[in-house]
Every structure is written in structure tokens, then in C-alpha cells.
Design a protein around this ligand. Structure first.
Ligand SMILES: Nc1ncnc2c1ncn2[C@@H]1O[C@H](COP(=O)(O)OP(=O)(O)OP(=O)(O)O)[C@@H](O)[C@H]1O
Ligand SMILES: [Mg+2]
Length: 227
């Protein structure tokens, strides 16, 4: 079953008074449960592609479907609940809410949709990532790796069908980066979710079902291989 589909996506940004085409007729179909890695040079458009696929931004042209639903023309009111439940997003820079504690950050998306088990689910996730004793810390009281583990819990609490992760280990040392990627993979496998991961890590790319590389605004197939 195709859970995520992009058809003929093109996207330009206006840079220095000129329209620069970042994505050029990109089409993509991702199976439910698939682990897809996206690679590409800095500035090639990986983050742009993820923000379009996840409905954070609108494409210049083309269409996007998630879980059978065409989200391309949806307004914010219709999109917000889809982003909250069908999609989980993990960013390089964590994006935790600074005024909320770790456990409150995790709980938030579940509370937003009125889940009566929000607190219970959040506690289970935070235990699972080994941060039970940090649950009442604020983000500024957590290390980078701890922040990212909390961000993963937050992305997973509503059991999304698709998890997007944009260089989630980019700010971490290699040991905590590896731990984060292992965690994401474990959760993805357990839940049968789809994982779309932007990473430069060749060991992780070697374990992907498929590796695509953005070059000159287009997606190329790469063979997954170890470094
Ligand atoms: N909001 C914006 N306005 C104008 N230009 C932008 C905007 N966002 C991104 N760009 C430009 O689009 C190009 C692609 O950016 P993007 O962030 O998608 O690249 P990336 O592949 O994620 O790079 P990196 O590996 O450095 O994260 C870059 O040249 C960038 O400068
Ligand atoms: Mg990026």
C-alpha cells in the first residue's frame, strides 16, 4: 500500500531577485512500512522536499497524498489535524517548546487531539528512551541527545503512519547520533510505520529499503551500500 505519494513536484525560491528552481518535477511513492533515506549535497533541497511532503509548506506545482488523502490544497484548519496525527516530524534542531518540560513536550500532540491516555502514553515513551528521571526538566536542562530523544517521543505519541526525520543526528556526536537512529528504527519496525530520513550516515543508509539522492532538483536512485 502506498502511504505517501508526490506527483510532479516543482518548487522555486526567489533568491536575489531571481526564481531558483530547487525541485524539478519530482515524483515519489513510498510504501507503508518502508524505510527511505534521502541524501544530497547541502542546499540540494532535502529539507524543502520534506517540508512539502509533510504539508509544512505548499509546492509551486504538483500534488501530495498522504494515507490516501490529497493534502495539496488543504488549508491550515484541515492540515493541522493531519500533521498532528498522521505525521511525526523530527528536526535537526529539536524544536522543543522551551516553556514546557520534557514530559509536557511529549504529551502535547496527544492532548491537542483530546487523547485521554496522553499522560500515560507520554510516560511510557519517556521511560522507553531512558529519560524517566529527566521528565520534569525543561529543554535547556537537557543535553542534545536527550532533547532529540524527547523530540522522537513527541513525534511518535500519536502513532503516525509516516515519520519524517531531517538530519536528526546532525548536532550530535557519533555515539549519541547512532543511539538516536537506532531508536527511530526500532520504533518504526515495531509500529510498521514509514520512515523518511535525511541522513549522511552511510551505515544507516546501508540499512534502508531504498536510498534516493537529490541532484539538480531531481531524485536519483542510489544503491544502499556501506562506506
Ligand atoms: N525560505 C527560503 N527562501 C529562499 N530560499 C530558500 C528558502 N529555504 C531554502 N532556500 C534555498 O533553497 C535551497 C535548498 O534548501 P534546503 O534547505 O532544502 O537544502 P538542504 O538539502 O536541506 O540543505 P542542508 O543539507 O544544508 O540542510 C538552498 O539553496 C536554500 O538556500
Ligand atoms: Mg536541510
Amino acid at each position: 500500500m502506498i502511504i505517501l505519494e508526490a506527483q510532479h513536484l516543482s518548487h522555486s525560491y526567489r533568491i536575489g531577485g531571481r526564481d531558483i528552481r530547487i525541485l524539478d518535477d519530482v515524483s515519489l511513492a513510498v510504501e507503508a512500512g518502508e524505510f527511505l533515506v534521502i541524501q544530497g549535497a547541502s542546499g540540494s533541497g532535502k529539507s524543502t522536499l520534506l517540508s512539502l511532503l509533510s504539508g509544512l509548506d505548499k509546492p509551486g506545482s504538483g500534488r501530495i497524498r498522504i494515507d490516501g488523502r490529497d493534502i495539496t490544497d488543504l488549508g491550515e484548519d484541515d492540515l493541522a489535524p493531519i500533521r498532528n496525527t498522521a505525521i511525526g516530524f523530527v528536526f535537526q534542531a529539536y524544536h522543543l517548546v522551551p516553556a514546557l518540560t520534557a514530559i509536557e513536550n511529549v504529551m502535547f500532540p496527544a492532548e491537542l487531539r483530546g487523547d485521554p491516555a496522553a499522560a500515560e502514553k507520554a510516560a511510557a515513551l519517556v521511560n522507553r528512551v531512558g529519560l524517566a528521571d529527566r521528565r520534569d526538566n525543561f529543554p535547556h536542562q537537557l543535553s542534545g541527545g536527550e532533547k532529540q530523544r524527547i523530540a522522537i517521543c513527541r513525534a511518535l505519541i500519536n502513532a503516525p503512519a509516516v515519520i519524517f526525520a531531517d538530519e536528526p543526528t546532525g548536532n550530535l556526536d557519533s555515539a549519541s547520533g547512532q543511539a538516536i537512529l537506532t531508536l527511530l528504527r526500532e520504533f518504526q519496525r515495531e509500529r510498521g510505520a514509514t520512515l523518511v530520513l535525511v541522513t549522511h550516515n552511510p551505515e544507516i543508509a546501508a540499512t534502508a529499503d531504498r536510498v534516493l539522492k537529490l541532484v539538480d532538483g531531481r531524485l536519483r536512485h542510489e544503491l544502499p551500500h556501506a562506506a
